[in-house]
Design a protein around this ligand. Structure first.
Ligand SMILES: Cc1cc2nc3c(=O)[nH]c(=O)nc-3n(C[C@H](O)[C@H](O)[C@H](O)COP(=O)(O)OP(=O)(O)OC[C@H]3O[C@@H](n4cnc5c(N)ncnc54)[C@H](O)[C@@H]3O)c2cc1C
Length: 392
């Protein structure tokens, strides 16, 4: 398996990585996935997250490939991990206010902590805790961290360095290639003890020593007794997912966004007569640069599929493009909470002014899974065998 500096934002590269990892996705993954061997050896995990994040590979197809290769019993652990992503998405879609609260708190805290030397040391990897400093540097250099390192990093940030979790989540989101509002924000909340009230994740030196194969040993440097972050208010009850939309006409324009770059399997529901992709709203970040490449690749693939020349559009150019295409509906993949959703809301308003409807189609996977994320993951997990049964 190559090192992790070679993420290429194309479906071809994603499929290559998937094929390479597939033999290891069964019993090997269940046994070895928690070990962080360092940036030069990621053979025990898939490292597929930057592609899955943008649905260059969909959850369903990754799960199907692993099921075909290993069967459910041996692939169970890997499937569960993929389903964590789905679960976090659903949990947040059912409680959108949690993301808004996080953004507001992060903005307020970032002003309040602007002059903090402790915060600067954490971000700069200068805390004197060797493992933490190495992960901070790795995150900034490569745009990626192993899952266990993300857990330890978040835990040390919150419970040993005593920094606000919101600023840690924002720091990670700023640098991760796979930066995802649901997985990132809710994982930080989970570590803090806010996701499952009263249950927090404490990084322990011995666990770090064992699972980094002795690369690090922060014995005596960590607060291993800290209490969870107090909850200001209980988590909101789950709301409802809006019904999925379908086009009412048989000729539509298709607008891709970085939230879903598998046009091959998108349930468009009509003939596509014009094709465009929306420029990324977060261009000035590693995730944004990855997304820009991925959008170009998605547009190429969709162009080949529909026999059309696609174009990259800024949000304000979408209404004129749709008018020019002579359609009364623009279809796009339903964008979960994150950078594209508010941009699509603006586009919907601009299209309405010229009597064109924005139709947000949703994958069956999301429609089935998201409403099940009402409680904790362990309740959601019970549904997994049924959810994946039809995938192969
Ligand atoms: C503090 C913290 C922040 C995180 N931030 C993000 C983020 O911004 N974006 C992101 O995609 N993931 C995030 N994760 C989840 C997880 O760490 C990564 O998805 C995983 O490390 C990616 O590595 P992989 O592709 O090798 O995963 P594998 O172990 O090979 O798993 C396969 C796929 O399953 C999904 N997955 C695996 N574990 C998780 C998990 N715990 N939660 C959600 N999905 C999972 C990912 O899509 C992953 O690519 C975060 C976890 C923590 C603890």
């Amino acid at each position: 398996m190559p090192g992790l500096t070679d993420w290429t934002p194309t479906r071809a590269a994603a499929l290559e990585r998937l094929a390479e990892f597939l033999p290891h996705a069964g019993a090997d993954y269940a046994r070895l996935r928690n070990i962080d061997r360092g940036p030069d050896d990621r053979s025990n995990v898939s490292a597929l997250s930057p592609w899955i994040r943008r649905r260059i590979l969909t959850e369903e197809e990754v799960i199907a490939a692993v099921l075909r290769r290993h069967g459910f019993a041996r692939a169970d652990k890997f499937i569960q991990e993929v389903c964590w992503r789905t679960y976090w998405k659903g949990w947040l879609e059912l409680r959108p206010g949690v993301l808004a609260d996080y953004h507001a708190a992060a903005a307020r805290l970032s002003a309040e902590w602007a002059d903090s030397a402790a915060l600067a040391a954490a971000r700069g990897g200068q805390t004197g805790i060797a493992c933490f400093d190495a992960w901070a540097a790795e995150l900034v250099r490569t745009g990626w961290l192993h899952n266990h390192a993300r857990m330890w990093f978040a835990s040390i940030w919150i419970f040993t360095l005593r920094l606000p979790w919101e600023l840690g989540a924002a720091f990670m989101a700023q640098h991760l290639l796979d930066a995802d509002p649901a997985s990132n924000t809710l994982s930080w909340r989970w570590v803090a003890g806010l996701q499952t009230p009263g249950k927090h994740y404490l990084a322990r030196a011995e666990n770090i020593r064992l699972n980094t194969l002795g690369r690090f040993d922060p014995a005596g440097q960590l607060d291993e007794q800290a209490l969870p972050v107090p909850m200001v208010a209980p988590n909101p009850p789950p709301g409802a997912i809006p019904p999925a939309q379908v086009p009412a006409t048989d000729r539509v324009a298709l607008l891709l966004t970085e939230e879903d770059l598998s046009p091959e399997t998108l349930p468009v529901g009509a003939t596509v007569v014009a094709l465009a992709a929306l420029t990324t709203p977060s261009a000035d970040s590693p995730a944004g640069r990855f997304a820009a490449g991925a959008l170009a690749d998605g547009l190429d693939r969709a162009g080949a599929q529909f026999g059309l020349a696609g174009q990259l559009l800024a949000p304000e150019a979408v209404a004129a493009w749709a008018l020019d295409a002579g359609v009364s509906e623009v279809v796009t993949a339903c964008a979960p909470l994150g950078p594209s959703a508010p941009v699509l809301d603006e586009i919907e308003r601009a299209l309405a002014l010229v009597s064109i409807r924005l139709v947000r189609v949703r994958r069956a996977w999301d429609t089935q899974c998201w409403p099940l994320a009402t409680k904790g993951f362990f309740a959601f997990r019970q549904h997994i065998p049924k959810l994946v049964a039809g995938l192969v």
